[in-house]
Design a protein around this ligand. Structure first.
Ligand SMILES: *Cc1c(COP(=O)(O)O)cnc(C)c1O
Length: 372
């Protein structure tokens, strides 16, 4: 079993975003959560080769792993670091950009002699990390009074991908602009300003500021159907994103079964005609969702083969009765193209009641990623 990572597709997606942003706007490749399941080291290496200016992660652990592999690369840590004071050694690095939501963290980072960069987060409507409006003003005054250095200011959109109506996001931009002018008036005039993830980069040119943080669409996936709809309502051309990941496995067992045979745990499926069944070595441990039981399908030689019975922990049974000349070892596509058929992460997301983000991040990190 393997995950194929397409260099060409990644290159295409980076080019799509580079063509949307002005040349002076920096491109952060968001590689948190094992690069959305695509393989953090593989994607980071390729992303940097193909033009990303910096890497963005969630945790200090991810940042430490990347630093071991990329000595000078700028790494932005976007999540909140618990017990940040314990990392005085690891964070003492001028090429770490640390997103900060507390005064104490600003102070701590300023105490490190190699000047890791402080990026202040403003909560303009997400209701998650960041300084809320009033706190931001008072804390920035405190920061100024103590002559502390900050390097960037950022916010995050709450609803950019959820609706085709964007008044909430516009309000967030206004709030962010207010925070920026407050900082400017205090003398913080050279801050790197950033707000946009994939959807907002495609939708709001006015919110690119100095840097965009691209996650899901770096991997060739749309943030949502609403993002597509919004562009098409405006009569804009749809960006040509290409999925980077293909998930493939091989048949490990075949059985010819008569009518009236039960299949799998709970005997939830019963054949109604002679059935040729194949077993693939992928289950919910590997990240293939159990809700695909009796519902999903895979691709073999450009044909669909539906799942019979429940998805097991490490195996799934499929119906290959109608597909000719199949032997043990035959390639099976779980996500990706086969002939004229394609299964997208979105296809699986729709069947399992989630979003494409969760489908790809759920793929077990122990599976080998192969760059093609
Ligand atoms: C994950 C994340 C992103 C990337 O979002 P996508 O929708 O995947 O592009 C950007 N900014 C922050 C703060 C994030 O946590």
């Amino acid at each position: 079993m393997k995950l194929e990572i397409s260099r060409e597709a990644l290159k295409n997606n980076i080019e799509v975003f580079k063509s949307l942003i002005k040349p002076n706007v920096k491109f952060a490749a968001v590689v948190k959560s094992n690069a959305y399941g695509h393989g953090i080291l593989e994607i980071s290496k390729l992303g940097l080769e193909l033009g990303a200016d910096l890497l963005a992660v969630n945790s200090i652990e991810e940042a430490i792993l990347l630093r071991k592999n990329f000595q000078k690369t700028i790494i932005m840590i976007m999540g909140e670091i618990q017990n940040i004071e314990l990392y005085s050694e690891e964070l003492n690095d001028e090429n770490f950009w640390v997103v900060v939501s507390r005064f104490e963290s600003v102070k701590f980072l300023n105490s490190l002699n190699k000047n890791p960069k402080v990026h202040l987060k403003v909560d303009t409507g997400m209701g998650r990390l960041g300084f809320s409006k009033e706190d931001f003003f008072s804390n920035l005054e405190k920061i100024k009074k103590e002559n502390l250095v900050i390097h960037g200011i950022l916010t995050h959109f709450a609803q950019a991908e959820d609706y085709t109506e964007h008044s909430f996001s516009k309000k967030q931009v206004d709030e962010f602009l207010k925070a920026i002018s407050f900082a400017t008036n205090l003398g913080y005039t050279n801050l790197i300003k950033h707000a946009s993830a994939s959807a907002s980069t495609m939708l709001f040119k006015e919110a690119h500021f100095d840097l965009v943080r691209i996650g899901i669409s770096l991997y060739g996936l749309w943030p949502s159907i609403q993002t597509k709809l919004s562009l098409s309502i405006r009569g804009e051309k749809l960006n040509k994103l290409e999925p980077v990941l293909s998930w493939k496995t091989n048949i490990v067992h075949i059985q010819n079964l008569p009518s009236n045979t039960y299949i799998g745990y709970g005997s939830t499926f019963k054949t109604t005609s002679p059935t040729k069944l194949a077993v693939i070595p992928v289950g919910y441990f590997e990240g293939y969702d159990r809700r695909l039981s009796n519902l999903g399908y895979v691709l073999i030689k450009g044909e669909r083969a539906r799942i019979l019975g429940r998805v097991c922990m490490n195996m799934t049974m499929i119906d290959i009765t109608q597909i000719k000349n199949i032997e043990i070892g035959e390639e099976v596509v779980l996500i990706g193209k086969s002939g004229n058929e394609e299964i997208l992460a979105d296809t699986l997301a729709e069947m399992t009641g989630t979003i494409n983000y969760q489908i790809v991040t759920n793929i077990n990190s122990s599976i080998q990623r192969v760059v093609v």
